[in-house]
Design a binder for this molecule. Structure first.
Ligand code: NAI
Ligand code: MG
Length: 353
């Protein structure tokens, strides 16, 4: 049987993106699968060199790929004429409407036990439509927040379907318990925008009577998530709340160095670490590659390679259990050492089989 080859776009971007994306590539290359990698550029450095943060070639070549791994890009905190964030543009252009951020206990000292939740963040609208303007001679700044019924129902259906499939695949000690979706909003204050999000989620919930549904106001959600993270299953949130919740959630299970995410559409998946370009550690060879490697596992799962995805996750866990930790986890391993340890675990497994 001819072995198919997956065409994967690699967009390292800036800062540690240039270190962690090659690490993920190295791990994929250690699997018994065939890949055809397409290196593409985007980000701040690309902008300063070419005048655009997302070159046309990147935007079009990615469409010819089966999936993509994105590192991180550096964004200026003041407005720079002509610059706009490439990841936001890609999410929009490819209609990657769901951002899936799993938050799972990890075998490292900073991680809580018994956590296994999935944050499903709406990825196309809310304040990220970036319609901001100045009024009153620059003394008033106004941002537009857009919530549509269509996008809210679409993300809610995705969340409920994922809750259902997660429950079906849970085994053994975790098998009991009904799947549950927690809807996050602030409809008590933003009754029109968050009110619509909430209403659309509740409408979608009716299609999934087997899935329990609950609601929680975003501020108390963060509080309770930190107090009792074990109680959550799937969490669905508008774009900004989902962004903030997921960075906070990452802190519960070992930090940003371990937190992966997948931008998912109906036809394409682009994975990336939750973290940014980490300018404070960039170029030193000390970035934790695990977030991006676990994101690559999410990509494998989206390609139907669930078993390979599991192997990568198991290899990351095994390397961490051995105490191979980068400085963010309290260890001294370099990016290179951490990556090699994961590759070694994959190879050990191949020998056993
Ligand atoms: P950040 O996520 O880059 O860094 C936050 C902290 O976590 C820093 O102390 C950093 O050293 C640490 N950290 C991040 N990734 C790590 C890793 N792999 N290993 C070890 N430690 C790690 O967030 P920050 O500093 O707020 O933003 C830096 C730049 O990244 C900004 O220009 C921002 O706009 C951009 N950014 C880009 C994102 C993207 O491309 N999707 C997402 C978030 C931020
Ligand atoms: Mg973020």
């Amino acid at each position: 049987m001819a072995v198919r080859s997956y065409r994967i776009a690699l967009i390292p971007g800036d800062g540690v993106g240039k270190e962690v994306v090659p690490a993920a590539r190295q791990v994929l290359e250690a699997l018994p699968l065939r890949f055809d990698f397409v290196e593409l550029e985007a980000g701040w450095e690309t902008f300063t060199r070419t005048g655009t943060a997302l070159p046309q070639r990147t935007a079009s070549a990615i469409r010819g790929c089966d999936g993509a791994i994105f590192g991180a890009t550096q964004s200026p905190s003041q407005k720079v004429e002509g610059y706009s964030s490439p990841i936001l543009a890609l999410r929009k252009q490819l209609d990657l409407y769901a951002n899936l951020r799993p938050v799972v206990s990890m075998p490292v000292p900073g991680s809580r036990f018994g956590v296994d939740m999935l944050i499903v963040r709406e990825n196309t609208e809310c304040l990220y439509v970036r319609q901001e303007r100045l009024e009153d001679d620059g003394n008033t700044a106004v941002a537009q927040r857009v919530i549509t019924r269509r996008a809210s129902e679409r993300i809610a259906r995705k969340a409920f379907a994922l809750a259902r499939s997660r429950a079906a695949s849970r085994k053994g000690e975790h098998a009991e318990g009904r799947p549950r979706v927690t809807i996050v909003h602030k409809a008590n204050v933003l009754s029109l925008t968050d009110g619509l999000f909430r209403e659309a989620c509740q409408a979608a919930a009716k299609e999934f009577p087997d899935v329990e549904v609950e609601e929680q106001i975003v501020d108390s959600m963060i509080y309770r998530m930190i107090r009792e993270p074990e109680r959550y299953d799937v969490i669905v949130a508008p774009n900004l709340y989902g962004d903030i919740l997921s960075d906070a959630a990452a802190a519960l299970v070992g930090g940003l160095g371990l937190a992966p995410s997948a931008n998912v559409g109906d036809a394409f998946t682009l994975v990336e670490p939750v973290h940014g370009s980490a300018p404070d550690i960039a170029g030193k060879g000390l970035a934790n590659p695990c977030a991006t490697i676990l994101a690559a596992a999410q990509l494998l799962a989206s390609l139907g390679e669930g078993e390979m995805a599991q192997r990568v996750q198991d290899a990351v866990h095994a390397a961490l259990l051995d105490g191979v930790w980068t400085p963010d986890l309290g260890g001294t391993a370099t990016t290179k050492r951490m990556t090699e340890a994961i590759v070694e675990k994959l190879q050990e497994r191949d020998k056993e089989v």
